[in-house]
Write a protein that binds this ligand. Structure first.
Ligand code: F6R
Length: 609
């Protein structure tokens, strides 16, 4: 949440700051600001609203030519989203300038303490205590580094800071504690960002600043100082994301582009991992823990939001394919559980960003109990990728649209692979049909995308609804949740996902002519039961929009509208049935006139609890 950028080097800093903020805007977009060291002083510009408002305000500014700068795009936590609360914030003397991600939990007591000592505050933010606190320590000890360390000792919470000190104009300071910051290593220049998508096209070599570390970045050198105040060698990670992946191309929105990347995403998740001729799955990232995996008796999947819904599909997959009892938890609730952990329990964290605070806290809890932790993560080198014992990357490239679409598809693909990998019969004939079919999924997704205009037309009919019920069973029960989540976050229509069997236990009360149901009803082992539920809805005059299998005749008499998807094996159905639901959310959202890439109140990377 919130985006940070920083630059020091041979070029003027402003272009990178603005472009970097635009790339990070999906993390928060209610105000933006920059601070640039120019003409022997730091100049600050801030604006309420999206980065383009700031960009427009700076268009004719000829003053901001400095080579050291920091920037911020905000997702408000403390204080209204206005210009006064926009970052950067500074101390009383105008020496120290700070941008911040995360939350300073003890800011109230720090603010009172500092006000008592004469510091004047201008904003309602928690961030503003930071420059004042450093300033306060500088009064008793002139050394900036010492003052910074002393200030950090007093701050509680999760934070990432980028800092400029006017008296050290050759250095960009960066601090991270439970909130990510990554340095892009350049030639005679270095970049800073709160996630690597801002660095695409600038640097492929990145350094993640670890918890409690301070980075002192000059144009030619990067010093990392650890908690014990000792220099530690930087660990460089190679970032394979490219510029094309981080740009919209000919698509009007990232969300649409990312939905259309579906076939490619499945293909790249399978590449080098699926040996269908041998009925074998090879996951290099898990080989180092193979012996422990053989002892696995039970799985716990931890995730939030869309990744949690992928986890729910994983529960069915692991139980059916790997014969391992599996449970899925919201990472945000898991911290409150007093569950006794049995030996042989393996934990799987699923996260697109690899930075979700709740997921991170949940895996840290299981690690304390000595459990083996695995990650299914998209962002290379992210905190969850680093903190889990082993794991696999999705290789889906950067996901920029705030609503997760392609990451969900790649998570489902990875879960199928992982379930086969963890089954005792990996490499045996038993998986032949499943793995052969998995290879056909990209072309089947493509066949769905080729009919996107059908969904676009139907979305016109439903765009003014105020409510929607999504129903599915078995493998499509989590798809109902995910379809409803997509519709509500993109179009602000109230939508609920339910297991179809649960409908008669309550939700059926809502059904009326004005309350449509999206039924995910492909031909499979539970379709008869789904049809009975749809009869119940029809009897109450509820409109039905069905996602059904090509060639299904029975659905025609039941549903008002139908979108057909190709036939596949039941356990792979979510990979197909989710696609029309993602498209539906997209088209309804755009027809209602919303900015689907930046839905209100949301942020892509949820780094606060
Ligand atoms: C929904 C969405 C969120 C994320 C959730 C977890 O479209 O994007 O629900 O899925 O915040 O994020 P990650 O996967 O990054 O841990």
């Amino acid at each position: 949440m919130c985006g940070i950028v920083g630059y020091i080097g041979k070029e003027k800093s402003l272009p990178f700051l603005i472009n970097g903020l635009k790339a990070l805007e999906y993390r928060g977009y209610d105000s933006a600001g920059i601070a640039i060291f120019s003409h022997d002083k730091v100049q600050v510009k801030r604006k309420a609203g999206q980065v383009k408002v700031l960009e427009n305000a700076l268009k004719n500014d000829t003053d901001l030519i400095g080579h050291l700068g920091i920037g911020h795009t905000r997702w408000a936590t403390h204080g209204m989203p206005n210009e006064t609360n926009a970052h950067p914030h500074n101390d009383c003397m105008g020496r120290i300038f700070v941008v911040h991600n995360g939350i300073i939990e003890n800011y109230k007591e720090l603010k009172e303490y500092l006000q008592h000592r004469g510091h004047i505050f201008h904003s309602d933010t928690d961030t503003e205590v930071v420059p004042h606190l450093i300033e306060d320590f500088l009064r008793s000890n002139g050394d900036f580094n010492v003052a910074l360390f002393d200030a950090l000792k007093m701050i509680r919470g999760a934070y990432a800071f980028a800092i400029i000190d006017v008296k050290n104009p050759d250095t960009l300071y960066a601090v991270s504690f439970s909130s990510p910051l990554v340095i892009g290593v350049g030639a005679d220049e270095n970049f800073l960002a709160s996630d690597p998508s801002a660095l695409v096209g600038k640097s492929k070599n990145v350094i993640y600043i670890k918890d409690g570390e301070i980075a002192e970045i000059t144009r030619s050198k990067i010093d990392i100082i650890n908690l014990e105040q000792k220099k530690t060698p930087p660990e460089i990670v190679r970032l394979e994301w490219n510029l094309e992946q981080a740009q919209k191309g000919n698509y009007p929105h990232f969300m649409l582009k990312e939905i259309f990347e579906g076939p490619k995403i499945v293909f790249s998740a399978l590449q080098g991992r699926l040996k269908s001729g041998k009925n074998l799955v090879k996951l290099g990232g898990l080989e180092q823990v193979n012996e422990k995996l053989k002892e696995a008796k039970r799985l716990i999947i931890l995730a939030c939001g869309t990744s949690y819904h992928a986890g729910l599909v994983g529960e069915y997959l692991f139980e059916e394919i790997a014969k391992l009892p599996t449970e899925v938890h919201f990472a945000s609730e898991f911290r409150y559980r007093e569950e006794p952990f049995e030996e042989g329990t393996v934990v799987i964290a699923i996260s697109q960003s690899g930075e979700t605070a709740d997921t991170l806290a949940a895996i840290r809890k299981t690690k304390k109990h000595g459990l083996l932790t695995l990650g299914i993560v998209n962002t290379v080198g992210s905190t969850i990728a680093r903190e889990t014992d082993a794991g696999v990357y999705n290789h889906a490239g950067p996901e920029i649209g705030v609503a997760s679409t392609k990451a969900f598809i790649s998570q489902l693909t990875m879960l199928v692979l992982m379930a086969v990998y963890m089954s005792e019969s990996n490499g045996h004939q038993l998986h032949h049909a499943l793995l052969q079919e998995l290879e056909k999924i990209p072309e089947k997704i493509k066949a769905i995308l080729d009919k996107a205009s059908e969904i676009e037309m139907l979305s016109e009919k439903y765009k003014d609804c105020e409510n929607f019920l999504f129903l599915g069973r078995r493998y499509n029960y989590p798809v109902a949740f995910e379809g409803a989540l997509k519709l509500k976050e993109i179009s602000y229509i109230h939508a609920e996902g339910y297991g179809a069997g649960e409908m008669k236990h309550g939700p059926i009360a809502m059904i009326s002519e004005k309350f449509p149901t999206m039924a995910i009803v492909p031909q499979n082992s539970v379709s008869e039961k789904m049809f009975s539920n749809l009869e119940e809805i029809k009897a109450r005059k509820g409109p039905i929009f069905a996602i059904a299998t090509e060639g299904d005749k029975e659905i025609v008499s039941l549903a008002n509208d139908i979108f057909f998807v190709p036939k596949t094996i039941e356990s792979l159905e979510p990979l197909l049935t989710i696609v029309p639901l993602q498209l539906f959310a997209y088209y309804v959202g755009t027809k209602r006139g919303f900015d689907v890439d930046k839905p209100r109140n949301l942020a892509k990377s949820v780094t606060v609890e």
